[in-house]
Design a protein around this ligand. Structure first.
Ligand SMILES: *[C@@H]1O[C@H](CO)[C@@H](O)[C@H](O)[C@H]1NC(C)=O
Ligand SMILES: *[C@@H]1O[C@H](CO)[C@@H](O)[C@H](O)[C@H]1NC(C)=O
Ligand SMILES: *[C@@H]1O[C@H](CO)[C@@H](O)[C@H](O)[C@H]1NC(C)=O
Ligand SMILES: *[C@@H]1O[C@H](CO)[C@@H](O)[C@H](O)[C@H]1NC(C)=O
Ligand SMILES: *[C@@H]1O[C@H](CO)[C@@H](O)[C@H](O)[C@H]1NC(C)=O
Length: 490
């Protein structure tokens, strides 16, 4: 394909606003065809329109509960987490906070990866499909889906980097504010607390980052999860009937959280899609065969992608053929999905860096900004800056150190970014995943990728760079597939 004249879309970057308080970035696809490929240089022409607080003209309102059910799979709508209630600081402070919490997650992941103690490997499988949306309204840049728990609907963050699904439960010792009513076990006839002396409670002891202990009455199995940013959930391991995009699963094991704090925005909790026995994927293996996929939308508001549980490809729409790369298994790091990053191209130029010699990289739906080992980041930054040198630079912001002042441009030519994984799998990062708008007037627009501190840390592919792709996790055949899919329409 290199060198071929192709028609590439141009993109409108706009900012949006929610509840008259919260200003957020939205990167919006416009369907015009403008594009140029010069020899090795591959760039997209990106239109930087006046940044808006809200974009009403181009958005359509989607039904937040839309679900589809197809043979062997279930589909759920995935959205950005974007409810907001309460006090909000300036947009800048807000963005900074998001990146600080992202950084805290990354530190936590790094320490889990390096300190992995559990030698147990769980190989199980489950499947279901759920809509995913951006979590920006709920003050996170994570993605959310709505599931049925008992007879209630609960909106939870989609997290491939952890296992136990939990929601806030009555009676609360401490619960943060959430949008949905709290789950009340006493109103559900399907609810059961899991006994402490059960093997299920043993799984909990083995699951990453959590401990299973017997309650004071020696009957309940208490869990305690802590996330690196100081967020935590503690409560009682329980079973309940859940509904995943129209598919009912009985006796689903989840955490009934009675003491929950942290950066979960207004969501009800978290859905764990990691690899161990307690994850939703393992628990629904009989149903969905250990395969799930998602497409993350680029827009913050009123657009949705999907979380698909099950491997039936007919549920995906508008996608290119899926290319699969090997999932690297590390029994010491049970919940995580690792891939082998073998190369990166910037505007068609292949980067040279020592960091590709190992290449093990985590793919995570709960980390926002992609982190690269220093040697790879340095090469990327230098090539990107070289190709983007006609635009004035701007000061760095938080963890982002490669920034530009684009306030006087209507259009910019953005070098394409391509990730290459073992097996020759090439993934073109969506143009909306290349820049992070720090200032609404585009006077500080940063490359949305950050460096790790040490060469021996493990890189992470964050959700910002996963947008507009169908990403298929096949835990049976141990492979992860990528296809381009436009899932940001409403
Ligand atoms: C999103 O949809 C809601 C109604 O559901 C509407 O009030 C709001 O203005 C829309 N937001 C944008 C940015 O279009
Ligand atoms: C939960 O969502 C489903 C799917 O849209 C909807 O049919 C149902 O009425 C909702 N249930 C409650 C209790 O809100
Ligand atoms: C767990 O404890 C209960 C009550 O002490 C007892 O009846 C039950 O048999 C025990 N179950 C197992 C699997 O040991
Ligand atoms: C990644 O792939 C390269 C090239 O095939 C190989 O040399 C390297 O050992 C692989 N890395 C891992 C962690 O498997
Ligand atoms: C960005 O560039 C514009 C136009 O060149 C200039 O007026 C403005 O002062 C710059 N802003 C910053 C923050 O550097």
């Amino acid at each position: 394909m290199a060198g071929a004249a192709t028609h590439l879309p141009s993109f409108l970057f706009s900012l949006m606003h929610h509840h008259h308080h919260l200003l957020l970035l939205s990167l919006l696809l416009i369907a015009t065809s403008v594009g140029i490929v010069h020899g090795l240089e591959e760039k997209k022409i990106v239109a930087l329109h006046q940044l808006l607080w809200e974009d009403k003209s181009t958005s359509r309102i989607s039904s937040p509960q839309r679900t589809r059910r197809e043979k062997g799979a279930t589909v759920m709508e995935i959205r950005h987490h974007s409810h907001y209630s309460g006090h909000i600081e300036s947009y800048n402070d807000y963005l900074k906070k998001l990146l600080v919490s992202d950084e805290a997650r990354v530190s936590s992941l790094q320490s889990q990866i390096s300190n992995a103690a559990s030698g147990e490997v769980y190989r199980d499988s489950l499947q279901a499909q759920i809509p995913l949306t951006s979590g920006a309204k709920l003050q996170t840049l994570n993605y959310i889906v709505t599931i049925g728990l008992g007879s209630k609907n609960m909106t939870v963050i989609v997290d491939t980097g952890s296992d136990l699904t939990w929601v806030q439960c009555k009676p609360c010792l401490y619960c943060y504010n959430q949008e949905d009513p709290l789950f009340d076990p006493s109103t559900s006839s399907y609810y059961q607390a899991i006994p402490c002396n059960s093997t299920t409670c043993d799984y909990l002891r083995a699951a990453s980052g959590s401990t299973g202990v017997c309650g004071s009455d020696r009957s309940s199995c208490n869990y305690a999860l802590s996330y690196g940013d100081g967020s935590s959930s503690r409560g009682v391991l329980s079973r309940e009937r859940i509904d995943l995009g129209g598919t009912t699963v009985e006796g689903f094991i989840f955490g009934c959280g009675q003491n929950n704090q942290g950066l979960f925005g207004g969501t009800s909790g978290l859905m764990g899609l990691g690899r161990t026995q307690l994850s939703l994927i393992s628990q629904t293996h009989d149903r969905f065969g250990g395969i799930f996929s998602y497409c993350l939308p680029t827009r913050l508001y009123n657009s949705s992608g999907s979380l698909v549980l099950g491997g039936d490809p007919s549920v995906y729409r508008n996608f290119t053929p899926i290319s699969y790369t090997r999932m690297i298994l590390d029994p010491q790091q049970a919940p995580f999905y690792f891939l082998n990053l073998t190369g990166v191209e910037v505007g068609g130029v292949a980067l040279q860096a020592s960091g590709f010699s190992n290449g093990k990289i985590l793919i995570d739906s709960g980390t926002v900004i992609t982190r690269l080992v220093p040697s790879v980041y340095k090469a990327l930054k230098s090539e990107f800056v070289r190709q983007f040198s006609s635009y004035p630079s701007a000061p760095g912001f938080s963890i982002l150190d490669t920034c530009f002042n684009l306030s006087s441009y209507e259009e910019v030519r953005v070098p394409k970014l391509r990730l290459e994984f073992e097996g020759g799998v090439e993934v073109n990062v969506d143009v909306t995943g290349i820049f992070y708008f720090v200032k609404k007037d585009a006077s500080q627009v940063c490359l949305a990728i950050a460096s790790l501190s040490y060469e021996d840390e493990v890189g992470i592919i964050g959700n910002y760079q996963q947008k507009n792709h169908r990403i298929v996790y096949d835990t049976v055949n141990l492979k992860v597939g990528f296809a381009e899919e436009t899932c940001s329409y409403s």
